[in-house]
Design a protein around this ligand. Structure first.
Ligand SMILES: Cc1cc2nc3c(=O)[nH]c(=O)nc-3n(C[C@H](O)[C@H](O)[C@H](O)COP(=O)(O)O)c2cc1C
Length: 166
């Protein structure tokens, strides 16, 4: 199989956030998709080894900050290459609370969700979220995963569902 075919699937780049006993935490994720518009439902796929996974399970809620082409790539690095086990990621990234969920300010929109179901794969949990709230922020274009690879020249770590070994 030519694994590069997966690169032709389109994604965005997001920060999926939640709470860890009152401390905001989260990780970079490309794997967010809208399942249906009514009732508005979103799915994200989070690796079992990511700290965000157990925090979403404990909290039962998550938020998605939709990064734009103008968002600082440092945000992707902070949330995507460090674990919330060792780092207070939100200390370094400006954020606000919406529907009592932490949301990255340098993003072109956010969606907050309540977990209504989960599905376990060998490596990832698919969280199905009923949308609680959401809004757009400014007019910047959302960052696509392709833009992240081709323009930002970013990489994806092993826990990303789209990881392909060099
Ligand atoms: C561009 C990019 C996309 C990623 N997509 C996902 C994803 O969809 N799901 C996932 O579980 N991890 C994904 N990751 C990896 C996590 O962000 C990374 O493992 C992070 O360090 C986990 O942090 P945590 O331990 O605080 O949860 C992605 C990373 C990058 C840089």
């Amino acid at each position: 199989m030519n694994k590069n075919v997966f690169r032709n699937l389109s994604y965005g780049v997001y920060v999926v956030s939640t709470w860890d006993n009152g401390r905001a935490t989260g990780c970079t994720a490309n794997s967010a998709m809208q399942i249906t518009s009514s009732p508005a439902t979103i799915a994200v796929s989070i690796n079992h080894d990511n700290y965000t996974n157990s925090c979403i399970k404990d909290t039962g809620r998550f938020a998605i900050s939709i990064l734009s082409e103008k968002s600082d790539p440092m945000i992707i690095g902070t949330f995507g290459f460090y674990s919330g086990k060792e780092k207070n990621k939100f200390d370094e990234v400006e954020h606000k609370l919406f529907a009592n969920m932490p949301v990255v300010s340098d993003a072109c929109g956010y969606i907050t969700c309540e977990v209504i179901d989960t599905m376990e794969t060998e490596t990832h949990t698919v969280f199905l979220g009923r949308v609680l709230d959401g809004d757009v922020n400014g007019n910047d274009d959302p960052m696509t995963y392709s833009y992240y690879h081709k323009v930002v020249k970013g990489k994806s770590p092993k826990n990303a569902p789209t990881y392909i070994a060099d």
